[in-house]
Design a protein around this ligand. Sequence first.
Ligand code: CTP
Ligand code: MG
Length: 237
Amino acid sequence: MEKKKITAIVLAAGKGNRMNTPVAKQFLILRDKPVLYYSLKAFEDSSVDEIILVTGSDQKEYCINNIIQPYQLNKVTQIVEGGKERYDSVYQALLHIEETDYVLIHDGARPFITKEFIEEMISQVIDHNACIFGTPVKETVKTVDSNRYITSTPNRNTMWLAQTPQAFSFEAIKKAYTIFYKENNKNQVAITDDAMVYETYLGKPVKMIPGDYRNIKITTPEDLTIAEAFLNKELSE
Ligand code: CTP
Ligand code: MG
């Protein structure tokens, strides 16, 4: 089998409203490095061929001077300006890719992705064409109405939390996003991950791959405490 070209898209164009710090959460310092450094480094050390970094136009310089150059992240071939919503940022990256076989789309706010999990995702996407990492929920999930009365309790065995990377055949995910933008119904469905675009607009299956409970998304202030604890544990091992 000929070697497949793999492109990583790392998203770092969010504002981090739920974290509510003056500096966007992907640039907060964890131990002595910016949050975004950790995932970029994992992709750099993996077998992916190139990394497309998506960030704000005013954050590009910071990324080059404080992350890419000092740590010699040579696989970062493009820095693309993101958009208003996460899906706009992903779409911008997809438009900037000329050709590749598979894309791994990753939240820059998930610093604990490892090279080993990236390799696992690469081999899974070659088998399944569309797959994501996730973990079984540990708690019981409820749905509620607008008055917060419970409307259902889904069977816990069927509930997984979606993580990233989410990986797809490049052609297929680009097609899904193109249909999504053409139908222009972005405001009716809240799109919160890439698998959702693929499921909804291509109608094809996406495989759930058991991921790592440590692969948290830094979202609210308490996540920083958890992240520090993970780093301390790694250091002591
Ligand atoms: N992201 C992005 N472009 C956007 C929104 C989000 O590239 N317009 C990125 C974020 O930088 C983050 C990832 O997508 O790495 C996951 O998004 P989320 O955790 O929601 O980050 P924010 O949107 O920044 O945070 P919040 O929703 O709390 O404002
Ligand atoms: Mg967000």
